[in-house]
Design a protein around this ligand. Sequence first.
Ligand SMILES: NC(=O)c1ccc[n+]([C@@H]2O[C@H](COP(=O)([O-])OP(=O)(O)OC[C@H]3O[C@@H](n4cnc5c(N)ncnc54)[C@H](O)[C@@H]3O)[C@@H](O)[C@H]2O)c1
Length: 311
Amino acid sequence: MIDRVLVTGGAGFVGSNLVRLLLERGYAVRVLDNFARGRQAYLQGLDVEIVEADIRQAEAIGGAFAGVDRAVHLAALGSVVESIEDPVTNFESNVLGTFNVLRAATEAGVERLVFSSTGGALIGNATPPVNENSLPRPISPYGAGKLCCEAYCHAFAHAYGLPTVATRFANVYGAYSDHKQGVINQFFRRIQAEQPMVIYGDGSATRDYIHVDDICRGLLSALTLDLSTPEVIHLASGEETSLATLAGYFKEISGQPDHPIEFADRRPGEVERNFATYDRAREVLGFHPEISLREGLAMTWDWLCQRNLDE
Ligand SMILES: NC(=O)c1ccc[n+]([C@@H]2O[C@H](COP(=O)([O-])OP(=O)(O)OC[C@H]3O[C@@H](n4cnc5c(N)ncnc54)[C@H](O)[C@@H]3O)[C@@H](O)[C@H]2O)c1
């Protein structure tokens, strides 16, 4: 029986949504976070145990795994652009940090660890749709680090008997994300400030956008279902959306159909086209996304507006 779940990075965007779902389902939840990016305020009023620690420090995190049945490892630095500017910090947090988490989970006898990997950044510039059989060729330190962590997850499962599942997220959006620097927040902030939305490139670059509630349902299944681990599973919408289309949705949702767009140079390390199929997730986890992009963006817009009012 699963009783206590540890969520590393539980004060971040995906984490604070997942913690809510786990509590709703009756699990005792412990969060490990150093609050470098996430916010204490996201967890305010929730019945969770909080361990403030840094996964880069092996000796500081062992205690957080005591009495934990299963764990979801989300703590990481999530920016492709930042990983190019500072690959050392990205390596220490994401690769060394994950190595420390795997060791601590093994030592504590954790029954299963679900790792948060990435689709686009890990695969690189392959012709989409990608799936679990696509050959990974990362083009950023962030993507390379996540691939390395998947390898360690697989190795720890075989060498030390720590069951692991690596879930590769598409581009996630939704509530508890106002600290994020991605395109969704950028469009929101620019519209609110009556400034043009900025598109890097000509607007034809594509992504696979998935609502955080769908990701959390996938994570819960990966955590709790009877699986033969280790597994690598894409959690994606299966739909390809260009930046120009995304900007169009924002114009519509904000009620400003003529809001201007400014085009800037493409940024290195960012893949041109990406979307993934979720056939494996459907087969193994019974996963299918429930929230359409148009609907999810409207929900996110409302949440960000409300958040602005609160501040
Ligand atoms: N959001 C996405 O679109 C997306 C896509 C693919 C993969 N992912 C992965 O999902 C995970 C969660 O992403 P997110 O969007 O919630 O990011 P986030 O930045 O909101 O959350 C990450 C959390 O980890 C914490 N953290 C960072 N470094 C730490 C450290 N050294 N020690 C302890 N805690 C640390 C941060 O404070 C933050 O609360 C990450 O591993 C990310 O790489 C996210």
